[in-house]
Design a protein around this ligand. Sequence first.
Ligand code: ADP
Ligand code: MG
Length: 868
Amino acid sequence: MIRQAKGKTPRRHPPKKTSNNQKDPVGVYCRVRPLGADDDECCIEVISNTTIQLHAPDGLKANRNGEFKETQYSFKKVFGIKTTQRELFEDVAKPLVEDLIHCKNGLLFTYGVTGSGKTHTMTGSPGQGGLLPRSLDMIFNSIGPYQAKRYVFKPDDKNGMEVQNQVDALLDRQKRDSQSTVPKTPTTRRIDPEFADMISPEDACRADGVDEDSSYSVFVSYIEIYNNYIYDLLEETPFDPIKPKPPQSKILREDQNHNMYVAGCTEVEVKSTEEAFEVFWRGQKKRRIANTQLNRESSRSHSVFIVKLAQAPLDADGDNVLQDKNQVNVSQLCLVDLAGSERTSRTRAEGSRLREAGNINQSLMTLRTCIEVLRENQMCGTNKMVPYRDSKVTHLFKNYFDGEGKVRMVVCVNPKADDYEETLLVMRFAEMTQEVEVARPVDRPICGFTAGRRQKNQAFKDELTRRLEERGGPVDGEFPTVLNQLLQSFPPLPPCEVSGPNDDVTLPRLIEALEKRHRVRQMMIEEYNKTADMLKSVLQEQDGNILSKENFIHEQRGKLGEKDKMIQNQKNEIDRLEKKSKMLEYKIDILQKTTNIYEEDKRSLQHELESREQRLQREMSEKRRMESRMQGIVTDAKLKWEKECERRVNAKQLEMQNKLWVKDEKLKQLKAIVTEGKTENRQPQRPSREKDKAPPKRSASPSPVPTAPPVRPLHRRSHSAGGERWVDHKPTSNVDLDTVLQPNIPNAIKVNAPNEKALSKCDKYVLTHQEVASDGEIQTKLIKGEVFKTRGGGQAVQFTDIETLRQENPVVASSRKRRSSESGPDGGPMEGDWTDVETRCSVAVEMRAGSNLGPGYQHHGYTKRRKP
Ligand code: ADP
Ligand code: MG
């Protein structure tokens, strides 16, 4: 039946790549290496198994551009400093190796600053094998028993794979064995001690679900991209010690499936982990030597280790690889250790080295640009050209991003402070890379042969051999029971013992019975064949059914995966948005706080402004009040002084009139004396009765001129028993000062202007005279005198005393008082002047009978003013 199936089932063509619309984001992992012995400041903190936090180191103002001092980055997974190489491999590379074995491509690269642990992660060291040796080990652990013989698979030079027939393969093997230059077989070979124990046996792992009905072969190539040139690290070049040939660079080509490959690149078939290691190590050594010879920096180059796995189904017998190129599947896993991502300035390169460094940066720059454009195209639905061709690295991996295959990146970071700024750039690139999606590789098509033929055919063959050995010696009882039952179902043969030569009964009866049996057998064969045919067709139908069911399941799985991916995408988007919203919330919070502070400021300033305005208002009104008060004072003072001036003018007028009057009188008296000398008898004729209305010329009395003092002989009026009687003369012009500075004389005749009638009744006269003293205060003078009868029958007053009453400002009083005891420095009149007898006696007023005018007062003191 198996044989019949061969070639009958129609071959299904692999689905077109474009039909696959499922995509996965680039898986980005972050590995934090431990701090070096010389570094003490750590600026990275692993805060969860998907997130790290960067702190700006002391002394570096990270927030000068408005960035926050702490930034968080999330990845598919974060590996802290304690992560072992095995743990990293399990998460990052194992799924890629599984994919490789299941005919899917993979790309894994390490990215980071020099010294961040890229090589440690990718290659590792003895005892701490990295992703590369572990991947190789897993591949061989998985396909070990199913490997094809060497040279069965043979790479063509167009990135394809051929299957050689057994004879050609055998010839190639013999040729290899006879060549001494090629490495010896694994059994006789000594492993490089540097590479001896990359992986401990307990770490060994293998993939599940390896297709046992296929045959496998592993090919490796190792290239270096330096300064945008590709070098084959496995190329066998005859060594010329005199003139070593510089390595030749390789070019990139596109194969018929539009995949990029390095044209003419050596692909070495390897049959074990050790052999693969050795090949890798050979390339590594070559790289080291080239770097030393050409004075290159290894951190500036990208190294690419490509593992190709060829697999083809076994033929229906399960013996040999199917001789059909179309059935060969080739998958590859690229392991890339990228150059240090740091900027050129950090390398301190000079001259040509600087140019190289610049180019290396250029290829990483191109990588970043490609990722950016891809992301933009995918997110915004744009169709911008991705500049893969701008650098060899991106050009070589173009298919991974455009076509299908898993892409994973391990971002290595060194938490030391010196790397902080570079690390920030690495983080940004890594975050961006996560947003790029790559088409998911589809499952390998089913080749059409029944599964499990390698084992079952083997078992069948074993069984056949055993049976053949057993043939010839089976006893009755050992017949298979089915056969026994079949034989027993026939009618028993008649007795076939011939009785004699003429027995013609037995033989014909036997013949008949045998013929009958033959007929039955014929019928049974027919029946059997009929049933077998039926069964066959039923089985074929079932086979078809199963196949279509399988296809249906496959489709459903695809749909499920699509849905899963959609969910995952949406989850990722939610995560991203949540992160963003958290960040925005934080920013809003800060802005709110700032706003509050400003508002507080504004309020306090407004408050201050208001209080200042109020104060200003108050001061203004105070000023206005002061102004009006001052104006009041000024007008008061003005009025007062106007009045005073008027009064003084009046007083002066009066005084002048008095003087005039006194002089007049004197003249008259002189005239009278002169005329008296001529006619002496005329004097007694002066009628006394005329005294009430005497004309002015007659009321004249001798003037108290100094040369003619008041007449002594005139008798003084006798003082009455009740004491002296006073004429109290208060001019109407006096200012009313109430009781202050007012003489209070009992029993006095108060007059406003002196008259003869009042004077005749009294013997004392007092004039209350007000004037303004030199200090501006009003001072009151009491000018006292005695009243005499004149010879002419009138009344005359002789002034005897002046009393001065002064009101003093208490503040200036003291100084006044002090001054009063001595002669005034300003030459002012002294009170004492008025008390000396000479002056007193020189003042006299004669009042003519009937006169209404008060006696003038003489300011003799003024004329006698002492000069200082
Ligand atoms: P890169 O390749 O990025 O320039 P390397 O892988 O050469 O960096 O690492 C530099 C040094 O740091 C090496 O000595 C390596 O052993 C050490 N190192 C890197 N990562 C780790 C790690 N995760 N654990 C321990 N040592 C590490
Ligand atoms: Mg390195």
